[in-house]
Design a protein around this ligand. Structure first.
Ligand code: ZN
Length: 236
């Protein structure tokens, strides 16, 4: 579950707003959870600045790394990468501005994307570390992605599509289930969200390089990461 917002911090000098305190303790994102942002008291996130409208905009959680941002006919506008929007799917890379306030959304999510590179201390030992367990999980990530894309466009139960809810402890599977269950996004937007999550999750367990759309079996045949040489499949 996403826990309640703690507070939002405004750095007046730099005109930057950060949202704090939302943590995802559940592998299944709290899909469709909405947060109202604006100047009035009844908002989930209050920004007391004159250029912010009473009910400026709304965000809706779609998955761990994708949210829908909707402007509520604000006076001074909501902008994504410099373009004024009415409604837009955004990722953590997008630059969002409410009027002239820059807003950072990365703290809304517990960071589950590419993790920090291993500490320097571990670098010497890294050669001998085996990544076969993590690599094996990527098989589920790949198969779930393929099935979820089909499910996003059509009907039929998840079970029929071969998506196993029991595996939702794997972050990507949790995200995919959440995206497919979302009622606020259309099929094209679901595909966008799925592909964003896939790019973050289908990565080399060591160097976090995105592995492209290559089927898992092709990667398994390579046995090693061509970039960092991490051993994906244990030699027997
Ligand atoms: Zn690698």
């Amino acid at each position: 579950m996403f826990t309640k917002y703690g507070k939002c911090r405004i750095e007046r000098g730099k005109k930057k707003v950060e949202f704090w305190g939302v943590k995802n303790d559940n592998p299944l994102p709290n899909v469709n959870k909405q947060y109202k942002i604006g100047r009035n008291e009844d908002n989930d996130i209050k920004i007391k600045r004159p250029e912010i409208s009473g009910h400026h905009c709304t965000i809706t959680i779609i998955s761990q790394h994708v949210i829908v941002l909707e402007d509520n006919q604000s006076t001074n506008g909501t902008f994504v990468n410099g373009v004024r929007i009415k409604r837009s799917l955004i990722t953590l890379q997008d630059e969002v501005m409410l009027a002239k306030l820059k807003v950072k959304f990365d703290k809304i999510f517990e960071k589950q994307g590419p993790k920090q590179a291993p500490a320097k201390l571990a670098e010497n030992q890294a050669q001998s570390i085996n990544y076969s367990v993590e690599f094996e999980q990527l098989k589920t990530v790949y198969e779930t992605y393929r099935s979820a894309k089909v499910a996003a466009m059509g009907s039929g139960s998840l079970k029929q599509k071969g998506i196993q809810a029991a595996l939702s402890f794997i972050p990507f599977v949790g995200s995919a289930l959440g995206i497919l269950a979302s009622s606020t996004v259309n099929p094209q937007e679901k595909l966008f969200a799925l592909s964003e999550e896939f790019k973050i999750n289908y990565v080399c367990p060591k160097c976090k390089r995105f592995l492209g759309d290559l089927p898992w079996q092709n990667l398994a045949n390579q046995k090693k990461c061509v970039a960092c040489k991490a051993e994906w499949v244990k030699e027997v």
